[in-house]
Design a protein around this ligand. Structure first.
Ligand SMILES: *[C@@H]1O[C@H](CO)[C@@H](O)[C@H](O)[C@H]1NC(C)=O
Ligand SMILES: *[C@@H]1O[C@H](CO)[C@@H](O)[C@H](O)[C@H]1NC(C)=O
Ligand SMILES: *[C@@H]1O[C@H](CO)[C@@H](O)[C@H](O)[C@H]1NC(C)=O
Length: 371
């Protein structure tokens, strides 16, 4: 009998223990569920930033295009670099060179010393490029006045780059620029403003969503109608940036100053030209700011280097009969450069951003096409 009572008590204790355990686990899982829900809420708040598909038309483009005055300036670009060896400076020069545009390089000094700009009432430069836009905004007021007067008088535009030089997250403003800039942030979901008047080579087609490599991007806040974004991006939430600073704000990695306040159009790039899309926009900016005087045609050519086929191993080597029998003989518009370079050129449609086989390296594609 006592044995049965003992067993019964033991059983009761076990049930109570089990019940308590259940309660505790319910409470714990409820706690985590609630927290998870809260985090999800925050995430969806972040993604309420403006989507690319329904971008507002910020300003009608035809309002600010000024007539270009081709006869008043020489077709030479003035490039201010940080040093002879700076990487971005070399990238800028490489694009100008491969496009066969004339340029003149100056090392940007702290005071902002300028070369002679005018020769016999004719402007010597049709576009100014600053590798470091800080060198322009911080130059002394005398030189700044001279340069701005030159740009205004000869309808000369400007391209500048804003690159952060250390690895810490920065939020700052440039002198005379009415919006905030974040340096050293990660970005994602970038897209092209289809209303930008700059676009020529670049097509505002849909780009893949998702993060872009690197966390050293510079983005501009857009909250001013005189500055039109060209490439939008969302900021990846950095831990040490207050959420409020980036929430519901449009950010751009390339911005177009329409010149409404001082008559000078400028295109500002965050970071550099490593991003392939920035290279395309840079080429379009050259064209737009110079009234198409420095413009590339939309025809693209592919070069196929075939000389290795003729010196290959015995059985893979090509013979004259193979060449004569190949399909490229029948293609229209073909040019075969025989003696000099063993290259074959095929006409090809213009590159559309985010499409085509060589999406990662359109610049290489372009470089090829220019050889
Ligand atoms: C740009 O120029 C400013 C001086 O005006 C300098 O402090 C800064 O380090 C330069 N930025 C880069 C990336 O070289
Ligand atoms: C734009 O942002 C700047 C800097 O954050 C601020 O001072 C200015 O008032 C803003 N302008 C508008 C129109 O919101
Ligand atoms: C290539 O070279 C051959 C002889 O070496 C010459 O007859 C021919 O005209 C050349 N072709 C071109 C396109 O220059």
């Amino acid at each position: 009998m006592t044995f049965i009572v003992k067993l019964h008590r033991h059983f009761q204790r076990t049930v109570i223990l089990l019940a308590t355990f259940c309660m505790v686990s319910i409470v714990i899982s409820a706690y985590y569920l609630y927290n998870g829900y809260k985090q999800e809420n925050e995430a969806s708040e972040l993604s309420s930033e403006v989507e690319c598909g329904d971008l507002p038309m910020l300003l009608s483009p035809w309002k600010m295009i000024k007539p270009s005055e081709p006869l008043r300036t020489d077709p030479v670009v003035l490039v201010f670099v940080e040093s002879q060896y700076s990487l971005l400076g070399q990238d800028i020069v490489m694009i100008l060179e491969s496009s066969r545009f004339q340029y003149h390089i100056e090392i940007a000094s702290g005071k902002g010393d300028l070369p002679v700009l005018i020769n016999k009432n004719k402007g010597k430069y049709l576009l100014i490029i600053y590798e470091n836009i800080s060198k322009y905004v911080n130059m002394d007021s005398w030189n700044r006045g001279l340069l701005d007067k030159y740009c205004g008088e000869f309808s000369v535009g400007m391209i500048g780059f804003q690159k952060s030089n250390d690895n810490t997250l920065q939020t700052f403003k440039l002198k005379g620029v009415p919006f905030q800039i974040h340096g050293n942030v990660g970005i994602k979901d970038c897209c092209i403003n289809p209303h930008s008047p700059l676009l020529h080579l670049t097509k505002p087609s849909k780009l893949d969503k998702g993060p872009l490599p690197g966390s050293d991007w510079t983005v501009f806040h857009i909250n001013h109608s005189a500055y039109q974004p060209v490439v939008f991006a969302k900021v990846r939430v950095p831990e040490n940036l207050p959420l409020a600073a980036i929430k519901n704000v449009l950010h751009a990695t390339v911005i177009h100053d329409l010149g409404l306040h001082d008559g000078i159009q400028r295109v500002l790039f965050g970071n550099n030209l490593n991003f392939w899309l920035h290279k395309l926009i840079f080429i379009d900016a050259l064209s737009f700011l110079t009234g198409k005087r420095l413009s590339l045609s939309l025809d693209r050519y592919i070069l196929v280097d075939i000389d290795d086929i003729f010196v290959g191993k015995e059985e893979t080597r090509m013979k004259a009969s193979d060449v004569q029998g190949t399909m490229w003989q029948d293609l229209p518009g073909i040019a075969t450069c025989q003696n000099a370079s063993n290259m074959i050129a095929l006409p090809r449609k213009s590159i559309s951003a985010g499409q085509g086989p060589n999406k990662e390296y359109p610049a290489q594609e372009m470089a090829l096409s220019k050889l």
